[in-house]
Design a protein around this ligand. Structure first.
Ligand code: FES
Length: 182
């Protein structure tokens, strides 16, 4: 008869312990890369959304006085805990010079559901091809349009003589109020 203190555990208990050890080792092996992946996916740019980015987009001399709105891509260089990312496009802005040193800026994302808005020279209006929203040159909604608010105006600052800086920010689509994406 075997000694219960020293005899090996019964086969089903042994199998259970072996399985538990494999799971623990597997979690250790997979856990670190997973944690890195989640960090990268959750915060790919190392800057909290909702705060926006202040970027130099152009100069006054590139915006003809009284001219039509012009579209500028917004690019930022981003850094997270591990990596420095090269310039990446995060959105687009319409700029229009409406005075000697006054510039109007709109986020080019449609406030209805976020499609890209385009400028139509013939009608002098902004148009969203996704669901046919129309906006006046000052951003106001032209009815009938599904958009519940006007185009999202952005803060503009003219610095250093003629540099045009914009505080780029995204806002929640589909809302009547302008709510910053956080
Ligand atoms: S996303 Fe622009 S009208 Fe719907």
């Amino acid at each position: 008869m075997s000694d219960p203190e020293t005899s090996p555990p019964p086969p089903d208990r042994r199998e259970f312990l072996k399985g538990a050890a494999c799971v623990a080792l597997g979690a250790c092996a997979v856990g670190i890369p997973l944690a890195v992946g989640v960090r990268v996916l959750v915060s790919p740019i190392g800057a909290p959304r909702g705060e926006g980015y202040t970027v130099k987009l152009t100069t006054l001399s590139a915006l003809p006085a009284g001219g039509a709105p012009l579209l500028f891509e917004v690019q930022v260089e981003r850094t997270d805990a591990w990596t420095r990312h090269p310039l990446t496009a995060i959105g687009a802005v319409f700029l229009q010079r409406i005075g000697e040193r006054e510039v109007r800026a709109f986020n080019a994302a449609c406030p209805h559901l976020g499609c890209a808005v385009e400028w139509r020279t013939e009608s002098k209006t902004f148009f969203c091809p996704c669901h046919n929203s129309n906006f006046a040159v000052d951003g106001a909604v032209i009815q009938p349009s599904p958009a519940a608010r006007q185009l999202d105006a952005l803060e503009v600052e003219v610095r250093e003589g003629d540099e045009v800086w914009v505080h780029f920010q995204d806002f929640k689509a589909g809302k009547a109020e302008k709510i910053a994406v956080s």
